[in-house]
Write a protein that binds this ligand. Structure first.
Ligand code: EPU
Length: 420
């Protein structure tokens, strides 16, 4: 099993580029199934989760070719609309293949998606199923598989009772090939949703309002292929910004869109972390000390749950106390016990709220990465801790951060990847 061994205390400096965003890549790859024509993708991050998506496409009969780092996906000869148990259980985003398969082929069969354990139970998919039913599909559950059928989906009005990113994107894709008009209400507003709609519209879809709570879609019979460059990962951007601040380093974060992490930068201003930003670059300046500030995770443009764990680490280095209120996922604060084992002063009030007192010196530890975002946080903690930190189960980190050890080494981090 691979692990990271990190020696803390190295100063970070120089520049680091942000890779394409995982949470857009995981939607655009399945969106290719909406068309029989070729999709060309550039800036696809080389992470485990995108490899799983390509594997799944291959299983369905897709032809995927890579030339000069660009992916060419041809879904003319899809042979199957069944997502196997094996791959469906491996990653939560297998759920993103359901809507395009259903919309284009009228049927799909899939197991309950797997993935990291951060939410209630096995992370529900009720919103997706309710949405497909509203579009006129029949939903059955047999022998561990959902089976959904509809000769032709029919436009509908659908209200999301919980704001969900992937459910919004799924309904947007399904309604693109439905007959008539669909109105989606209480939609998630993440930039990746707007980007997906922009791409589909370029290919002939008729989607209005993506990026706002109400999305209107006029169904079309088919869409064409197209070209898409994956936008930079806003969570990676925020994570690097926090890493620079927590380690009191100056770091230039390149190829990013600072405007997509506005809430983090507004907090930086309040607590005294200095930075300069333009459209594509973010320079975090060396800051010796900064203040604590409480946050509550929220749907975009609020504080992203995916930055909650690195932000918690940042607060261990801030002066004062901060309440961290995780409102999206039930189990996303459990990792804070690992920070406490490293010496952080954290009190858990209940499963959704912790208080972090800082600043505290952290000590290197032997840890296991519980999930993707907690895993990267353990790496950042290792970088600023005294002594050596070992992190097991780094598949969880490789799922979402491309060659992270190599990239952090290039800015001065002391990290070794070992295969034991
Ligand atoms: N929910 C339901 N029913 C559903 C779907 C979701 O109750 O059918 C609930 C969830 O249990 C959760 C809330 O809705 O409490 C929000 O979950 P959401 O569906 O928005 O999450 P998601 O779409 O599965 C995406 C990202 C997550 C990110 C969240 C919130 C992808 C592939 N994943 O998940 O990313 O945390 O939105 O922003 O886009 C990550 O990258 O580490 C990650 C977990």
């Amino acid at each position: 099993m691979s692990k990271f061994i990190i020696k803390g205390g190295s100063k970070l400096s120089g520049e680091i580029s942000v890779k394409g965003t995982k949470n857009f890549a995981l939607k655009i790859v399945p969106a290719s199934l909406l068309s029989s024509e070729v999709m060309e993708i550039s800036n696809l991050p080389e992470i485990e989760d995108t490899s799983r998506s390509i594997e799944l496409l291959n299983e369905l009969g897709s032809s995927v070719q890579i030339k000069n780092s660009k992916y060419y996906i041809n879904n003319k000869d899809i042979k199957s609309t069944v997502i196997s148990r094996d791959i469906g259980k491996k990653f939560r985003a297998s759920i993103m293949f359901v809507a395009p398969l259903l919309a284009r082929f009228g049927e799909v069969k899939f197991p309950h998606p797997g993935g990291c354990v951060i939410g209630a139970g096995s992370r529900p998919i009720d919103l997706f199923l309710d949405g497909y039913r509203s579009l006129g599909a029949e939903v059955h559950y047999n022998d561990g598989f959902y089976e959904i059928k509809a000769k032709k989906l029919k436009g509908c009005e659908f209200f999301f009772t919980t704001v969900s990113v992937t459910a919004t994107e799924s309904m947007l894709m399904a309604a693109t090939l439905a007959s008539g008009k669909t109105v989606l209400k209480n939609c998630a507003m993440e930039p990746e949703i707007e980007e997906l709609a922009k791409y589909l519209n370029k290919c002939g879809a008729k989607i209005q309002g993506a990026g706002t709570p109400i999305i209107k879609i006029e169904g079309v019979n088919k869409i064409s292929g197209g070209k898409i460059k994956i936008l930079p990962d806003r969570i990676e951007t925020g994570t690097f910004a926090i890493m620079a601040a927590a380690s009191h380093s100056e770091l230039l974060i390149k190829d990013c869109r600072p405007q997509n992490i506005q809430i983090l930068l507004e907090i930086f201003k309040k607590i005294g972390i200095k930075y300069e930003a333009d459209e594509n670059n973010l320079l975090i300046k060396k800051t010796d000390s900064f203040l604590s500030y409480s946050i509550k995770t929220h749907e975009y443009p609020g504080f992203p749950t995916d930055l909650q764990s690195p932000y918690t680490l940042l607060m261990t280095q801030a002066t004062g106390s901060a309440l961290i209120h995780e409102t999206i996922y039930d189990r996303r604060l459990l990792f804070s016990d690992l920070l406490a084992q490293m010496g952080a002063n954290i009190i858990m009030c209940d499963p959704h709220r912790i208080v972090v007192f800082g600043p505290t010196k952290l000590q290197g530890k032997q840890l296991t990465s519980p999930d993707l975002r907690a895993g990267i946080t353990m790496m950042l903690a290792g970088l600023i801790a005294d002594g050596e930190t070992t992190i097991d189960n780094i598949y969880q980190i490789d799922r979402g951060y491309e060659k992270i050890d190599e990239r952090l080494r290039s800015i001065g981090a002391n990290i070794i990847r070992t295969e034991e």
